[in-house]
Ligand binder design. Structure first.
Ligand code: ZN
Length: 71
């Protein structure tokens, strides 16, 4: 049963690296006060490190730049 399974197994893009991961395998972490979904504990560790270093704002600003290069 490969057809029609996409809706039952939605994939979510990792908040950090953009990797698509099945919803049930997602790792959730609170970053900048909001619950984020990431693909693995490695990405979760990076986010918590960024937050510990107090660089959440810089991280989010840089991420926005990457997502909107023409802005
Ligand atoms: Zn990731």
């Amino acid at each position: 049963m490969l057809v029609g399974n996409a809706a039952a197994n939605p994939k979510i893009a990792c908040f950090h690296c953009g990797e698509l991961v099945r919803k049930k395998r997602v790792v959730s972490i609170v970053f900048d006060g909001i619950c984020r979904d990431v693909c693995c504990h490695g990405c979760a560790a990076i986010l918590s490190t960024v937050e510990q270093l107090g660089q959440s704002e810089q991280y989010l600003a840089r991420k926005q730049q990457l997502e909107m290069p023409d802005a």
